[in-house]
Design a protein around this ligand. Structure first.
Ligand SMILES: Cc1cc2nc3c(=O)[nH]c(=O)nc-3n(C[C@H](O)[C@H](O)[C@H](O)COP(=O)(O)O)c2cc1C
Length: 316
């Protein structure tokens, strides 16, 4: 059974309603172009790139795929303004903004003919994104790897409430690592899924081999949150995360915790593979990932499991 056509595939001109989330230190051109070539929407993770590097990755995308692709820009990033200008200048077809106010850049991107997606953690913020002109909202539940919203809404609660709140296509994110969760997302009214951790643990991801193996080895319950009262992050429990959680429980103030975290923890963990002191952003569903697969194999598995899940619900 082929992937279904949805409002997302039609809006973006793609064949499979699967977006690979922008991921610092993991989603460069190799991963994003493999996803686009498999029929999904590959997003470059600009959050860990300089302007020059982003330009190089966009050029590589153009050289390796003729399918649509996009760039993810976390708006709190110090390069956000420059990255927006770069995407406009280079005619990137889709920009997915996150972690910030969609009012800031959506009109500018839309005026340049760019399709705008925005990541939200609640129905309230989904309405805000839609009302300022975003074409697609990504509803990301608290299961997701990396930064989470403070509302801490689970995917099962969040996805249908966002679907009810807006009329633009909704992409479901947070805890999707296989086709069964994709079937659930579609059943709840989503027009597609955004997948992060499962793609970070692929051959094409630029994350370190140590990070990928740590995800494969991680048992259920290993990816936990910290900085919960400030800017919640979900990552594999290690010496660094345990220390942060202990300090948090003891009442250490947010500023001190932020200083302890520093600026390069994610690079140290994801890219350099420091399993003790680095930040290993990962999904609550990481325990279900048991192999480093190629992107094509991930697509095949999604397609197979999605079809099985739909068949199970279809009367014979
Ligand atoms: C290693 C890693 C890095 C991430 N970096 C970013 C980022 O730079 N920008 C962003 O919007 N989301 C980021 N995310 C979130 C993903 O784009 C995606 O929305 C999320 O991983 C989906 O949840 P899942 O991990 O359960 O699949 C990151 C996630 C991971 C696992």
């Amino acid at each position: 059974m082929p992937f279904p056509n949805t409002a997302l595939t039609e809006r973006l001109g793609i064949r499979a309603p699967i977006v690979s989330g922008g991921m610092v230190w993991a989603s460069g051109w190799r991963l994003a172009s493999a996803v686009s070539n498999c029929g999904g929407l590959g997003l470059l993770g600009a959050g860990s790139m300089t302007e020059e590097l982003l330009r190089t990755h966009i050029e590589k995308m153009r050289a390796t795929t003729s399918a649509p692709f996009g760039v993810n820009i976390p708006l709190l990033n110090r390069h956000a303004e420059t990255h927006i200008a770069t995407c406009i200048d280079m005619g990137v077809p889709v920009v997915c903004t996150a972690a910030g106010n969609p009012v800031l850049y959506t009109a500018r991107l839309k005026d340049a003919g760019i399709t705008v997606m925005h990541v939200v953690p609640s129905a309230r913020l989904a309405q805000k994104a839609a009302s300022c002109g975003c074409d697609v909202v990504v509803a990301e539940g608290v299961e997701a790897g990396g930064h989470n919203g403070r509302d801490a809404l689970t995917s099962l609660v969040l996805w249908p409430s966002v679907v009810d709140a807006v009329s633009v296509p909704v992409v479901a994110a947070g805890g999707v690592v296989d086709g069964r969760q994709m079937a659930a997302a579609l059943a709840l009214g989503a027009a597609g899924v955004q997948v992060g951790t499962r793609f970070a643990v692929t051959q094409e991801s630029s994350a370190s081999a140590a990070y990928k193996q740590a995800c494969v080895d991680a048992p259920e319950g290993q990816a936990v949150q910290f900085l919960r009262d400030d800017t919640p992050v979900r990552a594999l429990r290690n010496a660094y995360v345990t220390d942060m959680r202990t300090r948090e429980a003891a009442g250490t103030d947010a500023e001190t915790l932020r200083a302890l975290r520093g600026k390069f923890r994610a690079k140290q963990g994801i890219f350099e593979g420091d399993l003790d002191a680095g930040e290993l952003s990962a999904s609550q569903a990481v325990g279900a990932i048991s192999q480093v697969l190629s992107v094509a194999n991930v697509f095949d598995a999604f397609q197979r499991d999605l079809a099985r899940a739909i068949r199970r619900l279809t009367p014979a």
